[in-house]
Design a protein around this ligand. Structure first.
Ligand SMILES: [Fe+2]
Length: 598
């Protein structure tokens, strides 16, 4: 039984293949076409999934599309009549959905009649809920999905048991926590698609000084619901202005905040203007109000369902700060957030919705790691090196047995050098989790600045993340519930903040990845070797890229390594080292903190 899930003509276009209940492959189109958050039709992602499963498009039994044009049809028509431009855009996108069988046939060079798969339309938020629950380790759980907008809803909740989900309620456009976050993000001068997570980092630098005002912007109803005060917004008048259909460009999103928001909060920030304390406080209040509403909703959801386990999905589920506080602010004892909690995850959600909810097959799969993307054989890695500018360069290139390699790589990191780490299958979701990562010494306070200056070129207020051996979590963090997908942030223990200053945010939190030996033995070994050298079972982990989608192929990793100031690169078992120069590696001169050496 082969089920192909396709998130098409929507941000984070992606594909996933489920064969006999087991996930075989899942990947975002952006990893292939190198367009961040690419929308359009994910031909390359579908092609990869079929190759990984060893099947042809003609062998697929079911195709699951996470969009249902019939969902909330009355609301859609009502808004379409008021907003002709929006209606035209919707009609254009829907026409593309109708043409998916032909698009598949053209991509795989076959007659449309040869595609025997049955097509299923799964409502956006039901696919989100399925993407979390059906691959979670929980037999039963409360479920919540929250994002900007999908099939004209922003929020949906219910409960799951065994191979079925029950939907208990939803919130329709224009009320949306995702749009609330986006609107204030835009007001703060961050206008690009996906900028919301930057504001989450900025929030730690402010105080929630505008909480009373923000309580007027989002009104909770004391239950699972909430309402936006639409005076502060324009999306309900202009339509949700988003461009989804082109594969060759990052999606764009139109303005959502009103003049009234600027009247109440002060002038909007120009994207080029410096950040002031007012902006930091507004970001902090935005986050604080989101958490207030979210925790009220979760407490109400807990009261209704009586469940101890919670599955979260949708873009709001990437709010790792809020996620990490769930254990303190709600009675939930277990939380599962799948690594592609946003719209890429719809591909696996739709596929598993068909597998369980529609076909009634039993659950037999738990997502224990995020490595569902392309991988490259040792021979392919050697060929990539031989045909690159590395070959014939003066750089030191050595192939080592695995244990020796981990030791040598750990020595590089401990010496303050920045290491590109490319292994195995690419990660599913937006976080690099030890297979397409840049790894550095967490003990050096200056490492964040060095990474930004030499490689990442990110806003200085954005934190870097720690990867920690799972078994050492409680030693360094105030919570120890596993966070294998970097979707939870916990407070670093006060006595450890000076030990790992580089990935500790200004508010003392860290968006951690807990690394188990079982989930990623090579990365676990690397961190273990670093711990043997330094006494610290933590490395700083950031994605292997420079303002682009995370590298997928070895050629992209080599290119990123050569064009940035990375010091060393590991591709499989091959270690490439640039020479040590004082000017090139200022971090080498720095000493780790005294506490770290003890
Ligand atoms: Fe969504």
């Amino acid at each position: 039984m082969n089920i192909l899930g396709i998130n098409a003509y929507h941000g984070n276009a992606s594909a996933a293949l489920v064969c006999d209940g087991r996930l075989v492959a899942a990947v975002e189109e952006e990893r292939f076409n190198r367009v961040k958050y690419a929308a359009g039709f994910p031909v390359a992602a579908i092609r990869y999934c079929l190759e990984a499963g060893g099947i042809r498009i003609q062998d697929v039994d079911h195709i699951a599309i996470p969009r249902n044009p019939w969902a909330r049809l009355g609301t859609k028509l009502w808004f379409a009549l008021r907003m002709p431009r929006f209606a035209r855009e919707r009609a254009r996108v829907l026409a593309r959905f109708v043409g998916i069988p032909e698009a598949l046939a053209a991509a795989f060079d076959c007659d449309p009649a040869q595609i025997r798969a049955k097509f299923h339309r799964v409502e956006h938020h039901q696919a989100h809920l399925a993407s979390a629950f059906f691959v979670s380790p929980f037999e039963q759980a409360a479920l919540l999905s929250a994002d900007g907008l999908g099939d004209f809803a922003s929020t949906m909740w219910g409960a799951g048991e065994a191979n079925k989900m029950r939907i208990d309620g939803s919130i329709a456009f224009p009320h949306s926590l995702g749009m609330y976050y986006t609107a204030v993000t835009q007001y703060l001068g961050f206008r690009k698609f996906g900028d919301e997570y930057k504001i989450m980092g900025l929030a730690a630098y402010g105080q929630p000084t505008y909480l009373e005002e923000f309580r007027r912007i989002v009104r909770s109803d004391g239950g699972v619901g909430f309402r936006l005060n639409l005076d502060y917004f324009i999306h309900h008048r202009t339509g949700p202005d988003m461009s989804w259909s082109s594969a060759d460009q990052t999606p764009e999103i139109g303005p959502m905040f009103s003049d009234y928001m600027a009247e109440r909060l002060g002038p909007t920030r120009d994207p080029e203007a410096p950040l002031e304390q007012h902006h930091r406080d507004a970001a902090c209040t935005l986050q604080a109000r989101l958490e207030e509403v979210l925790f009220e909703m979760l407490n109400a959801l807990h009261a209704r369902t009586g469940q101890k386990s919670l599955c979260l999905a949708g873009g709001v589920a990437f709010n790792c700060i809020a996620n990490g506080r769930i254990f303190d602010r709600t009675p939930f004892e277990r939380v599962f957030v799948q690594p592609a909690a946003g719209d890429a995850g719809l591909a696996i959600g739709a596929a598993y919705f068909v597998d369980h909810q529609i076909l009634g097959r039993p659950r037999e799969f738990v997502m224990e790691h995020s490595y569902w993307g392309p991988e490259f054989s040792p021979e392919q890695l050697r060929t990539a090196i031989a045909s690159s500018r590395l070959s014939g360069s003066s750089l030191e290139i050595t192939e080592l047995p695995e244990e020796e390699l981990a030791r040598a790589a750990a020595q590089e990191i401990a010496a303050g050098r920045i290491l590109g780490w490319f292994q195995g299958r690419a990660e599913w979701g937006p976080r690099a989790l030890g297979n397409r990562s840049i790894v550095a010494d967490p003990r050096r306070p200056e490492m964040k600045d060095i990474l930004n200056r030499r490689i990442k070129h990110r806003e200085i207020f954005r934190p870097f993340a720690p990867s920690i051996l799972e078994e050492a979590t409680s030693e360094y963090f105030e919570k120890s519930y596993p966070s294998p997908f970097m979707t939870l942030a916990y407070a670093v223990r006060p006595e450890k903040r000076d030990v790992i200053p580089a990935p500790t945010h200004v508010d003392g939190t860290g968006r951690l990845q807990t690394v188990s030996r079982q989930a990623n033995p090579r990365y676990w070994r690397l961190i273990s070797e670093f711990a043997k050298l330094t006494g610290v079972p933590v490395v700083l982990n950031t994605s292997f890229n420079d303002n682009e989608p995370i590298v997928c192929r070895p050629e992209e990793a080599i290119d990123c390594f050569l064009r940035t100031n990375m010091d060393a690169l590991v591709l499989g078992n091959v270690l490439v080292r640039k020479p040590v120069t004082a000017a090139d590696s200022p971090s080498v001169a720095s000493k780790p903190s005294a506490q770290a050496r003890q």
